[in-house]
Design a protein around this ligand. Structure first.
Ligand SMILES: CC(C)(COP(=O)([O-])OP(=O)([O-])OC[C@H]1O[C@@H](n2cnc3c(N)ncnc32)[C@H](O)[C@@H]1OP(=O)([O-])[O-])[C@@H](O)C(=O)NCCC(=O)NCCSC(=O)C[C@@](C)(O)CC(=O)[O-]
Length: 604
């Protein structure tokens, strides 16, 4: 019988909140970063890099490092004995700030190569080492432990391949300075298992103890997980990784994200190697942060586990879907709009958060085209409209030099046509349209929400028909707002321009669900979309038409003939009804999403 092999544990250094976020251009709220750290902690990760005390000019995304470090939850976490929270520090000034906030571990960084050193920290390699030594020495005097990073271990974006001797020089210098561990950074992600083995062997042969080394691999060439495994096989036991594979490097063009923590944990657990991490919670965290950042989840294992979980939940007959997530993939991006797809669902996200997602002429045009395109796609059943950032949509563009207000006749006509075409496209779409209102809306933004069939919103999604304050009026949107709100309520809201709360709208049945936060809203949206699988797309389209007829010509001839036509369409041999009733007779429930994707449709 072969002897039982027991593998030593590995330690994962989660770098998502720092390395993962630093390269993202759109501002991320401090509270999202804090929630990310908290969620990561709850997965069982015991080393989580918090932030970086670098110049806000160099890395604007981390300009809130003081707010992160000063938050009570972080202060508490910094005192917990089994938790390690390294903070990246470039210089003495950064160290002092970290020290003031009770940080117990810092990380210093150097590049093994001149080109990257110059671009990243504007000094030579040796000047970088001297700076890191200075920080390390002062940190150690204050009982702060120091970790070192060496970047570009295989290649530099400017200088090309890196010599192992340069890596050795940096590793040795940082260890001599007193760093307890050096993380070897494949910043460009060009390394492969053979280069990993070769470098680690070289360092070991030159007297570097393996227990002082960690691996930090980026996934640009898809080699990161293989590199982690190879480094493990060589004897390395500490690995940096980032949830959902977040990351990149602002100074290394083309560098992709870090190896995803989910992929690393999955790989180690599959080999019976304990990481101490609850993979299920980790996967949920990866899905959550990807959604928060409107980014595709780069973790392969995370995505697969999540889809499997979602599928088994939605196929369970006794299960009422409750906040089950869908996997959304980015389909296209224009200036101001992001388009995502999840099966038969499309989600359009207004993406001009700095201007409250105010609708420029281009955005209105792109939004209309997108809605028309989706409306003509037989593989799609639903269209969601949402917004990025604090606001859902602040209405018509009122920006200096760009607003169409106060211009000439032709500008006015063009804007009128643009707006009416957009709202008509939404209103007459054969697809079920859902406004997922992530925050307050003003003017045309309210119109956008109420041209849709159904609305879910956050508790902060206050609606203001603010037009009268500026001498304008809710002209093109009135058709939809008055229809949905009712005359007296709409009249009062239009004439007062007062903020109307989600609570009021919910009480009137005008919004269907109100969530506590944006993340909960999106989770609720996903669950809601899953529940809509019970509805046939053809029948939904016809139901929409019946509602429109009741609104436009209640009791009239047009409504009567419209109902007659819809009735005969519904009863036809090619209509969804023929399939739905057959399934009913066989005591089978129809998943209309699968049907629409042609999976259940009989082969001709
Ligand atoms: C939203 C708050 C309360 C935020 O108030 P705040 O939180 O104090 O932030 P802010 O005012 O600094 O706004 C943040 C940024 O968003 C911009 N912004 C914000 N809204 C717009 C806009 N519409 N157009 C262009 N830019 C806009 C604003 O200019 C600023 O950009 P920055 O100055 O930093 O570059 C405030 O900015 C505000 O009151 N905005 C105006 C909202 C409004 O009244 N919208 C109605 C537009 S009229 C309309 O839609 C007509 C229509 C379509 O209904 C007619 C029809 O139906 O036919």
């Amino acid at each position: 019988m072969s002897p039982q092999i027991t593998f030593p544990d590995v330690r994962i250094v989660e770098v998502g909140p720092r390395d993962g976020l630093q390269n993202i251009r759109d501002p991320i709220a401090t509270k999202t970063k804090l929630e990310l750290i908290q969620r990561l902690k709850e997965t069982g990760l015991r080393t989580i890099e918090l932030t970086s005390v670098v110049s806000p000019k160099a890395v604007p995304q981390l300009a809130d490092c003081r707010d992160v470090l000063g938050d009570p939850s972080i202060k508490q976490s910094l005192t917990e004995p089994h938790i390690r929270h390294p903070v990246l520090i470039p210089n003495i000034k950064g160290l002092k700030i970290a020290f003031e906030h009770g940080v117990r571990e810092v990380a210093v960084f150097v590049s093994a190569t001149e080109g990257f050193s110059k671009a990243n920290i504007n000094c030579t390699v040796d000047q970088g080492i001297a700076r890191a030594k200075e920080v390390t020495s002062l940190a150690l005097q204050s009982n702060i432990v120091v970790r070192g990073y060496v970047s570009c271990i295989f290649e530099d974006p400017y200088d090309g391949p890196t010599s192992p001797a340069s890596v050795l020089h940096c590793v040795k210098s940082l260890l001599d300075a007193g760093c307890y561990e050096i993380s070897l950074g494949d910043t460009l992600g060009t390394g492969s298992p053979s280069s990993v083995r070769s470098l680690i062997s070289y360092l070991r042969e030159h007297g570097i103890p393996l227990e002082n080394l960690a691996g930090h691999f980026h996934d640009t060439y898809g080699q990161a997980v293989a590199n982690v495994w190879e480094a493990y096989a060589c004897g390395i036991r500490v690995f940096d990784s980032s949830v959902a594979g977040l990351g990149g490097c602002p100074f290394a063009p083309g560098a992709k994200g870090n190896v995803a923590t989910e992929d690393v944990v999955y790989m180690f657990h599959s080999a019976g190697i304990n990481t101490g991490v609850d993979i299920s919670k980790l996967v949920n965290t990866g899905v959550w942060i990807s959604k928060q950042l409107s980014r595709t989840n780069s973790s392969r294992a995370g995505t697969a586990i999540h889809i499997k979980k979602t599928k088994s939940l939605s196929l369970d007959k006794n299960e009422t879907p409750k906040d089950v997530s869908l996997q959304w993939s980015l389909v296209s991006e224009t200036k101001g709009l992001l388009l995502y797809r999840s099966g038969v669902n499309m989600k359009i996200v207004l993406n001009r958060p700095k201007n409250g997602n105010a609708l420029t002429a281009d955005m209105i045009h792109d939004l209309t085209t997108t809605i028309n395109d989706i409306s003509n796609d037989p593989q799609v059943s639903r269209i969601v409209i949402s917004g990025n950032g604090k606001f859902f949509c602040t209405g018509m563009d009122l920006g200096k030099g760009s607003t169409p207000v106060g211009q000439n006749d032709s500008t006015s006509i063009a804007q009128f046509n643009r707006l009416t075409t957009l709202f008509e496209a939404i209103d007459t779409s054969p697809k079920v349209t859902i406004a997922c209102i992530n925050g307050p809306a003003f003017g045309g933004g309210v119109g956008l929400a109420f041209a849709c069939d159904i609305r879910l919103c956050t508790k902060d999604a206050i609606m203001t028909l603010s037009e009268v304050k500026m001498g304008l009026c809710p002209a093109t949107i009135s058709k939809y707002v008055i229809r949905e709100w009712g005359l007296p309520f709409a009249r009062e809201a239009m004439l007062s321009a007062r903020p109307v709360t989600p609570k009021e709208l919910k009480a009137l049945g005008i919004v269907s669900q109100v969530s506590d936060s944006t993340s909960k809203l999106h989770a609720r949206l996903d669950s809601f979309l899953i529940t809509l699988k019970v509805a046939s797309p053809g029948a939904s389209r016809m139901s929409k038409e019946l509602i429109r007829l009741a609104w436009t010509s209640a009791g009239g001839d047009q409504q009567a003939s419209g109902i007659r036509n819809i009735f005969s369409e519904m009863m036809g041999p090619d209509a969804d009804g023929a399939h739905g009733v057959k399934e009913f007779q066989s005591r089978r429930k129809v998943d209309w999403d699968l049907y629409t994707q042609r999976i259940l449709k009989p082969k001709l």
